[in-house]
Ligand binder design. Structure first.
Ligand code: ZN
Length: 254
């Protein structure tokens, strides 16, 4: 692996190889489900500055290779909740977070796969649109207009180019908009000079970008966002606290 590929995609700091795992390492392993080894080594690198951890070679794959080796017909076996259960849970959570969202606010579910979350919310009178860079590759994101609320559930860890991801979100977020996203923080789970045993670091699930708190803070700062976390897995980016989301942000700060 050349030195260029070990430059941190978040902060441009110097990364070093952390560990190597088999491509078939999946998030189902804690439940006792192990796939046969693929025989394909996947290296992960970690930045010595911001702690971001990524799989440099997979991050350079063309879309077709992701389709062939990760997001194929067997993907559902390593992420059984993605088709129905997760969109339903997320829709319920959003409805209870925003019981009286002003009707004119536009919501984008970024990375929404088959679009179920946005459909469920539209049934609750939300003004919701789904966009998935993988499923909707014929659509230009900016053609959808601007959005007040953007959600991205279990998206960040799948993205090969995290700078472009945040730039894309920024490009369609209204001035007083809010980005809510989930991804598990690696703090305490990925430790230099220790083997990469964390269940979330699973290439078979497409988890190729793993964020430390510091790396998310850096991404936010570079894009003019404030960064806050509600938990180790649920976070927000925003410029100014939108009036309609003040109760959420205040609750996150307690
Ligand atoms: Zn870094």
């Amino acid at each position: 692996m050349n030195k260029e590929s070990l430059i941190c995609p978040v902060c441009r700091g110097r990364g070093s190889l952390l560990d190597v795992v088999d491509l078939n390492k999946s998030c189902e392993e804690p439940r006792g489900k192990f796939l046969p080894l693929a025989g394909v080594p996947v290296y992960y690198a970690q930045c010595g500055n911001c702690g971001f951890c990524w799989a440099p070679e997979i991050c350079k794959w063309p879309m077709g290779k992701f389709e062939e080796l990760i997001y194929n017909d067997d993907y559902v076996s390593v992420d059984p909740d993605y088709l129905e259960k997760r969109p339903n849970v997320n829709a319920n959570n959003l409805r209870s977070m925003f019981p009286s969202l002003p009707a004119h606010l536009r919501h984008l579910d970024y990375g929404g796969g088959n679009g179920l979350l946005a459909r469920l919310l539209r049934e609750s009178s939300w003004n919701s649109v789904s966009f998935d860079p993988f499923a909707d590759r014929d659509i230009a994101l900016t053609s959808l207009g601007n959005f007040d609320l953007i959600t991205a559930f279990e998206v960040f860890e799948h993205v090969p180019d995290v700078q472009s991801l945040v730039a894309d979100l920024r490009s369609v977020l209204s001035k007083d908009g809010l980005v809510l996203f989930s991804t598990l923080l690696s703090d305490g789970n990925i430790v230099p000079n220790q083997r990469l045993a964390w269940w979330y670091a699973s290439p078979r699930n497409g988890h190729i970008s793993l964020f430390s708190r510091r790396s998310l803070a850096r991404l936010a700062q570079d894009n003019g966002f404030v960064f806050g976390s509600f938990s180790s897995g649920f976070h927000a980016f925003f410029r100014n606290v939108p009036q309609w989301a003040g109760h959420i942000i205040r609750a996150g700060q307690d």
